[in-house]
Write a protein that binds this ligand. Sequence first.
Ligand SMILES: [Zn+2]
Length: 330
Amino acid sequence: MDNKINKLLSFIKGLSNADIDRILEYVIEILKVNNQQADRPGCPHCGSTHIIKNGHKDGKQRFLCHDCGQSYMRTTNTLMDQSHYTPSVWSEFIKDTLRGASLDYCSEKFGFSHQTAFNMRHKFLLALQDFLKQNPVTLSGVSEFDETFVLESNKGTKFTADSTRKPRRHGARAASRGISSEWIAICTGIQRDGGAIACTVNRAKPSKEELAAIFAGSIQPGTLALTDGLRSYNVLKELGICTVVEASKEEDGFYNLNTVNSMHSYIKDIYDHYRGVATKYINRYNAMFSLVFRSTQELSMNLFSTLCNTSPCRYWYSVDDVKQLNLTLI
Ligand SMILES: [Zn+2]
């Protein structure tokens, strides 16, 4: 972005004063239109911009849509709906979440209770899952597939007499080595120069059916799928979806899994920052990992404006939704 602006600026330097005046007029016109739009958010019910101000409710401006006749507020349907916190707090909170800040850190920084930080984070994650549903990732070209395993966590849940195991302290190791039922699989597919999909369906190594359920609808024909050799991936070939090739162990050859491995390091890193993630919420976090890996700071601004501006998409979730929706019970 900076590069484009620098080019534009040096181009402008070469122009005559009359041309620069014309550009200024044009920019001022754009700013006026943007300010008018910022002042009057589009209708979240029908998307119309044909709206008027319509009094106040609880000290907040209300708007009325000329086209569908419904009234609304600036935060209706957005991630911030029914929240006391300002857009700038939400924006900062989202940035911190994306860079892996823990809930304790956020609650201290913003003066929230831990519960409020938890609710805000999970409202955001649920909205991200929705965002991914509306903007699904498709893998093509050369894509790498592998699984990574994280320890099961019942974080936030009280252990009872009939719990299957004793509580594990932070940083403790699993009771047995290797892949046991205490490990949860995150199945990842990532295009070398594109998007990623991370999803948890089970504890152990994924079956054919599980891999087909995650990836079958998200791979373009003609894709070369590199895998770690797990036989279940052959289902992608059997279904006629793509070519499947086992990667070689050499990191510097073409048939490597370096991209998916670096995504897995990133996931483990964020896991450490967050001090673990309760297993029942793992797919909410997987949505974030899919979206955020390899993306720039621009993403957090884009996400903020997508999730926090009025639009016909509903990105608002209640505290009950946070407790109940999209739980991974495995
Ligand atoms: Zn409307």
